[in-house]
Every structure is written in C-alpha cells, then in structure tokens.
Design a protein around this ligand. Sequence first.
Ligand SMILES: Cc1ncc(COP(=O)(O)O)c(C=O)c1O
Length: 388
Amino acid sequence: MPGFELIGTEEQAEIQEVFASGGILFRHGFDALRGGCYKVREFEVAFAEAMRVPHALAVTSGTAALRVALAALELRPGDEVITQAFTFVATVEAIIEARAVPVCAEVDATLNMDPADLERRITPRTRAVIAVHMLGTPSRLKEVAAICRRHDLTLIEDSAWGCGGSLEDRPLGTWGRMGTYSFDFAKTMTTGEGGMVVFQSKTDYEKAAAWHDHGHENNPKVPRWEDTRSGSGFNYRMMELQGAVGLAQLRKLPGIVGAQRANQARLQAAIEGLPGLTLRESPAGSQGTADALVFFVRDNPTALRCRAALLEKGISTKILPEATTWHFAATWSHMPELVAAHGGALESAFPATSALLSRCVSLPVTVRMREGMPEEVRAVLSAVLTRA
Ligand SMILES: Cc1ncc(COP(=O)(O)O)c(C=O)c1O
C-alpha cells in the first residue's frame, strides 16, 4: 500500500509553489503568468528518468493511462487485445473503450498471466497483450515478451500496482512498448487520482500525447489555438496540483517500496511453514512493490475462515478472498463485449484462475506496520490452519 501514509509537508510545499507562482493550474500555456512553474511537465521528466525511459505522459488516472496507450496503436474494430482474468475491471474497460475485443487469459501461481494460456488464446486478429502486475508482483515478463515477439504483438504493461518494482533490475512498466501506472489513492505513490504512460518510442509518445489532449500536437511556441492536429482525441490531461503532489511522492517512492519490502519480509517470515500454507510464486529475479503478501490455503472455506478470523482481530485482507467481484473476469457478466468474446460462458471460462483465486488470502502491507503485527497474524492463522 501506499504513499498516502506519507503525504505531508513535502507535497504541501510543492503545491504552495504552484500558488506562489501565479496559481496556474493548467499544464499548458499562460507562460507570462506562471513564473516558470510547470509541475506536470516536471513530473513527467522526473518519472521518465526514474523509470529509465525516454518519454512519459501524465494523465488523469490509471484507467485513462491504459486507454491513452491503446490510442497509440490505432486499433480497428474487431482487433483483439488479450489481458488476464485476474485484474481490475479497468484493464478490460480500456480495451472496450478502444473499440477492441477484450480477451482474458488464465493466471498461474504468480496470479499473473499464464504465458502458455496466453499463447493458446492468440488468433489472427490479436494485436496486443496487456500484462498486469497484480498486487505488485511482477508478471512473467520474459516469457510474455518472447511470445509477443514471436507473434508480432504489442506488449503493454498495466503497472498500476507495479510502480517501483522491477524484474532483473529493469523497472516494471518498461519491458513493453508502453507501460501504464495508476496514482489513485490506494497505490504505492499517489496524486489522489492520476496516472502515467511511459514509452520507448517517440512516435507512440507523440500520438498518445496528442490523443490525450483533443488531438493538440502541442507546440509551446504558438498559442494553443494555432496547434496543428492530425486526428481527434479526448481529454485526459493531468492538472498542476496533481503534478505537484506527484513530484513529492516520486521522491518518496524508493523509501515507500523499501519499507514495504521489509514489512512484507517480516510478515512472510512469521507465517511461512504454517500447515497447508504456500506463498504466491514470483518470477526469478523479480523485486515486487510488496503491496500485499498473498498465500494459498487448502480450499475456499479455509480462505474464508482465515479472513473471518483476521477480521475478528481487526486485521483486514486485501481483495482476496473477498473482492474477486471487481477483480476476476469470470464475474463480469455486465460487460457484453467480454461475455461474447468468451462464447457466452464467462463464468466457466477461467477454471484454473477460479481454482487458484478461491483459495487465496491477501494481507495488505503498509509502510507503517504496527509493532507486533507479524506475530498477531501468525497466531490467528496458526489457529485456523492447524484446525483445518
Ligand atoms: C490493475 C489495474 N489497472 C488499472 C487500474 C486503474 O487505475 P485508476 O484507479 O487510477 O483508474 C487499477 C486500479 O486499481 C488496477 O488495479
């Protein structure tokens, strides 16, 4: 979890600078009135540098980031985009918004995309793959990227939960042609609402930047009404106060992730070895954001008993086992496009994912974990699991 635990004077100081410099809240223009203060622009440059990519574009949310990234691909109706069955609804919503066909693949014991199932679901209409780093654990990016190369597909990473994580020392979000991040209030770093897209290619960046701004091919040397345009777009622009908060949060990111990793390790050490408990897998060489500690138990009744016993002691779980409704594609019968793509039988379309998720428990990891928490968690789980 999250940057919101550490919001304070640094974010206030950044915002104060916006007001002290003329209070211009729009990212573009008003040059004579803003005393050189361009927070969104500065945030993009700092984020690109932190992720070691040439370009970054700030947007209004992680959902918008996905939609904007897909806009750079110029998808045609009927094109298919494959993501995974365990994700947040936003990933599939963005594909539908881009007028493409959403297809979901099973997850494996990493709870991220199963590369073998991804390959099975590729058709001649598949154009792109969106791999998600759910709850901060890296996806099997090497395998997924190799499949994308073999089939000439674009790889996009939904790194909403992956900000600050890496695989083989390469930041999550930068393995694909584009990577997207969420800065909503529950994420590792936050701007309240907000998101970012990172790009390897200048052409993708320029297309996406224009699309997220009504088609403006933004030229700071001319007034906005003289900007050129080559296509329509939408408005997903970030505003200056979010950019200001983002700058302060980005500086805290290594500290947040470091604290989470240490706390996750303490929780893990406390519960490892309990009867019938196995930990979620992570790919070799991966460094997650340690947003949560996820483990499997014997079956769904046991997972539900773990949650109930934890809650009784005032300890919450995170998404699993209670909130698959918003995070498991088999339950999304409200999305006709997804139902149709899976032959009308959504509920039974992902048996492997269903079996895995049903016996998962996810413990949120915080930056400021209270003293004694690992021992409390162990005591509660031990009582449930030794009875099971
Ligand atoms: C995997 C995933 N993708 C995208 C999003 C969307 O991010 P936002 O809430 O910023 O729109 C989320 C939000 O939780 C998410 O979990």
